[in-house]
Design a protein around this ligand. Structure first.
Ligand SMILES: Nc1ncnc2c1ncn2[C@@H]1O[C@H](COP(=O)(O)OP(=O)(O)OP(=O)(O)O)[C@@H](O)[C@H]1O
Ligand SMILES: [Mg+2]
Length: 279
């Protein structure tokens, strides 16, 4: 069972070179079991920082952060992270990459029976099949396309049966068609594994199509600006991206991102400048 995440008045500041950056301020958020929550927002609004704090890869400066009622104090095997860059080991094959994970070391420490190792082998094969990678088990990452490499990275993250999958722009480097395939794949994984997915993206369409809730963050300081429940059924298909409710939500979110990032005022400024040049 996936564990709920509770975040209260969370703040994060980075200090260095005589400067202090308030990356996050006053973050209040509850993420439920099995939720698929997506984060969007202008560059620099603290999306990655928040994800890294939930992963336990970064400390927070103030507030509280709990996982299933316990404070998060570092990485744990119930959480796995997938990054934009696939970060596979180039000298290992697809199968070896899937089986090789830091969490597996933790698993290995707790292995008591040969059966546990067989179960791990069985899971690696099942994940290989789920990701459609069976023919490539012995291939090396350099022989794979970007989409295939990212599927290996997802399989590797799933290997330790994480309750929570944290994904930071995982499809950002893929072409549009491959992204669509990955969207349906990751929703399938979500249904099958019953994990909680926390997903950061720059792509509003991706955030709506994947999520049950979209959280919009704003910069300077990084904060939650607004949240949008996604009015789509659990079962999704690509045509829904053209439905009126999908397009209306996309328009609202895009407009709000422009407002919170100051883009609207920059546009106004450009207009004023060009008007001044015409005079
Ligand atoms: N290790 C760090 N040291 C100092 N400042 C940092 C560090 N990591 C992030 N920041 C700053 O914190 C703020 C939030 O950064 P973060 O990477 O979380 O934003 P983001 O929303 O993920 O942006 P993007 O959409 O560009 O990935 C930025 O101002 C960034 O410069
Ligand atoms: Mg980021």
């Amino acid at each position: 069972m996936a564990a709920p995440i509770s975040i209260r008045s969370l703040g994060k500041s980075f200090h260095g070179r005589g400067q202090s950056i308030e990356a996050l301020r006053g973050i209040d958020l509850e993420i439920a079991d099995n939720e698929f929550i997506t984060f969007v927002g202008a560059s620099g609004c603290g999306k990655s920082t928040l994800l890294r704090i939930i992963a336990g890869l970064e400390s927070h400066s103030s507030g509280q952060l709990q996982l299933d009622g316990q404070p998060i104090e570092g990485p744990g095997r119930e959480r796995a992270m997938v990054f934009q860059h696939y970060s596979l080991y180039p000298w290992l094959t697809v199968m070896q990459n899937i089986k090789f994970s830091r969490r597996l070391k933790v698993v290995a420490d707790t292995v008591r029976h040969d059966g546990d190792i067989e179960t791990a082998d069985g899971r690696a094969c099942a994940l290989l099949a789920l990701m459609g990678l069976e023919p490539f088990a012995d291939a090396y990452p350099s022989q794979l396309s970007g989409g295939m490499q990212q599927r290996v990275a997802i399989a590797r993250a799933l290997m330790g049966k994480p309750d929570i999958l944290l994904m930071d722009e995982p499809f950002g480097a893929l072409d549009a068609q491959t992204r669509e395939v990955m969207h349906d794949l990751i929703r399938h994984v979500h249904r099958l594994e019953k994990s909680t997915i926390v997903f950061v993206t720059h792509d509003v369409e991706e955030a709506i199509y994947l999520g049950t809730r979209v959280v919009l963050m704003a910069p300077r300081p990084g904060r939650i600006d607004s949240q949008y429940p996604v009015p789509l059924p659990a079962e999704r298909h690509q045509d829904m991206k053209l439905s009126p409710e999908f397009l209306a939500l996309k328009r609202d979110i895009l407009a709000r991102i422009r407002e919170t990032s100051g883009m609207r005022s920059e546009l106004e400024m450009l207009e004023k400048l060009s008007a001044g040049m015409r005079e």
